[in-house]
Design a protein around this ligand. Sequence first.
Ligand SMILES: [Fe+2]
Length: 231
Amino acid sequence: MSALDVRAFTVGPVQENSYIVRASSEATRGLLVDPGDEPDRLMRAIEALGVEIEAILITHCHFDHIGAVAPLARATGAPVYCPEIERPLLTDLMSWVPPGFGPFESYEPEHTLAGGEQINLADLDIDVIFTPGHSPGHLTYALGGALLSGDVLFQGSVGRVDLPGGDWATLERSIAGLLETHPPETVVYPGHMGVTTLGREAASNPFLSELRGHGQRWTISDRSAADSPAA
Ligand SMILES: [Fe+2]
């Protein structure tokens, strides 16, 4: 349905997925989502693609997703969009980093987002969706038939809820909201592990068994569940 071009880079000790997203493989402008670590590697990729980064989007402010925001904002000149509630973590990053990780540089974001916004960046129409549960201000970015969903939903798993501000019932509601408002073939680019689709997870993710019992329309997804996720 879309010529969306998404390049994934798994970075840092926590193996976080950073993404470069463009409206198509020919587009000269793009987005950088969750630059978590390895800023030099990400910058080399940006230069190799010849893409001008128009914005840096953050799904949530756990250190593994934002460790490279400051150096890449500086190198690209792109403004940073940060979940409003989690802004204090980005502006005082090392206060929230567990021992043994970092050092990382704090950053004052140019913009904050609460969820519910519709923005257009790099020729992409983006719905900003509030998806708390893994973290209190977590955002999911919906664009071009895909979700950049951070640590909400993984291939066969879900985001952990044992960190500060985490809550399983809240996360379950956030996931149910995504499933109810997007079709099964929606591609999910998660913050860790591989690409999947909403339909596949609705049909087989063991953490969503309770949702499956409620008979929502998205449970009728056998076709999509058998599909391989797009690369
Ligand atoms: Fe996280």
